[in-house]
Design a protein around this ligand. Structure first.
Ligand SMILES: Cc1ncc(C[n+]2csc(CCOP(=O)(O)OP(=O)(O)O)c2C)c(N)n1
Ligand SMILES: [Mg+2]
Length: 416
């Protein structure tokens, strides 16, 4: 770790790494209380990468996180309550409960592009954002992250080639944490350094110790400055280790014990604390203050998140199709009348039909299109189309069937 930052920068990096870890520790508790909806991914031991790289960006710059980049979101200004609520599918969450993990963004204030699951797809997307900024004369830099596994996707290569050809002001952080699910990096890439892939696209790259936050930040800062100056995209490979399984469900028993022990002894927060104490930038009191500040903040943020309601059921049917202002402020440029390209007008008449389909009734008596077996009807399949109609068994309507079942179970109980 070199000495080249201001005291405030050193302390900010420490605060955000501790906050990143504390936010994720809180989510593990929420997960065990069954309050998290969906998967929970951990960046334990990788905090220096998310924090150090995002800290190198300016306010006007743009980023798009992957699942292990909660730290980058916190640095960019996302409140922890948003992260909690997003994972708990709460109505006040950025996606109002419609998506989970780090799958949310903020195009207006924080300049965060919402990720999707497809690994690598953010590379061409963030290249596009970088190019748009250039057209608009904004001098912005864009950043996203990719794993060792994700760096083997086609879109990683297509995207990086595209970014290089366009000389896009874009910085790509390759988090080589040695595992992609249960596949060790050596079994999927015949290279010692994944940064070598940059050579194929004629762009600059760095290889850094991802557990040394000062090195991460100093390198990212240089890369961001170079990209902003017009040098084109830059790839940074940060060597690290995924300390937990792919997600909460995975005990990662396939990881050799010695490998785990090696990396656990290189915890980025413990290493940094030692450095800060040695440089007299932090002492026991300072450490306590940071801990108390984070504890107080997270207690309030967690309470807010837990008190937020779940979305109302009817909300599920909204936002499926973009409806302009009701959906978001960025308007689609419709070349044809909206009514013409959205249902019901956009639906085409089926070339073959199943008689009775769509006319079934739910047990509540409402329309239940898929319960076509609930009505006495005839069935025609593509194979039998044109042949004589096939008679279905014509089961009892659900309501009657349920009544009969309830009656028979009551009789059984009485007999006992
Ligand atoms: C294109 C694509 N293929 C497969 C997946 C399924 N998938 C999700 S995470 C993951 C492993 C990713 O490993 P890596 O890129 O090393 O990231 P890490 O989990 O180690 O952070 C896979 C295969 C996906 N989301 N997208
Ligand atoms: Mg990996």
């Amino acid at each position: 770790m070199k000495k080249e930052l201001t005291r405030q920068q050193y302390l900010d990096l420490y605060y955000f790494m501790r906050l990143n870890r504390a936010v994720e520790d809180t989510m593990v508790k929420l997960f065990r209380q069954n309050k998290i909806v969906g998967g929970l991914y951990s960046s334990l031991g990788q905090e220096a990468i998310s924090v150090g790289t995002a800290y190198a960006l300016e306010k006007k710059d743009w980023l798009a996180p992957m699942i292990r980049n909660i730290g980058a979101l916190l640095v960019k200004g996302v409140p922890p309550s948003d992260v909690f609520m997003q994972h708990m599918a709460k109505y006040d969450s950025p996606t109002k409960g419609k998506d989970g993990t780090s799958h949310f963004g903020d195009l207006e204030k924080l300049h965060i592009v919402s990720p999707i699951s497809m690994l690598g797809d953010l590379i061409p997307v963030m290249t596009g954002v970088a190019m748009a900024g250039r057209y608009l004369g904004q001098k912005i830099v864009t950043m996203t992250w990719i794993g060792d596994g994700g760096s083997s996707t086609g879109v990683f290569h297509e995207g990086l080639n595209f970014a290089a050809t366009q000389k896009a002001p874009f910085v790509l952080i390759l988090e080589n944490n040695l595992w992609a699910y249960s596949t060790p990096v050596k079994r999927q890439v015949p290279l010692e350094n994944l940064a070598d892939r940059a050579k194929a696209y004629g762009i600059s790259s760095y290889i850094i110790d991802g557990n040394d936050v000062v090195e991460v930040y100093a390198t990212a800062r240089e890369a961001v400055a170079r990209a902003r100056a017009g040098e084109g995209p830059i790839l940074i490979e940060a060597k690290t280790f995924r300390r937990l399984g792919h997600a909460q469900h995975d005990p990662a028993e396939y990881v050799p014990k010695e490998m785990r022990a090696y990396w656990e002894a290189r915890d980025p927060i413990a290493l940094y604390e030692k450095f800060l104490m040695g440089e007299k930038l932090l002492d026991a009191n300072g450490k306590k203050e940071v801990e108390q500040k984070i504890d107080t903040l997270l207690a309030a943020e967690r309470e807010f998140a837990e008190n937020s309601p779940m979305p109302p059921a009817e909300f599920a049917e909204t936002g499926v199709y973009c409806t302009g202002d009701d959906c978001h402020k960025i308007r689609p440029k419709w070349e044809r009348p909206i009514a013409e390209v959205t249902p019901p007008k956009s639906s085409v008449k089926a070339v073959w039909t199943v008689a009775g389909f769509g006319s079934g009734k739910s047990s509540g008596g409402t329309n239940a299109p898929i319960h076509f077996g609930d009505t006495t009807n005839t069935l025609r399949t593509p194979a039998s189309d044109g042949d004589a109609p096939v008679k279905t068994s014509g089961r009892k309507p659900v309501k009657k069937a349920v009544k009969a079942a309830v009656a028979s179970s009551a009789t059984r109980k009485l007999k006992r």
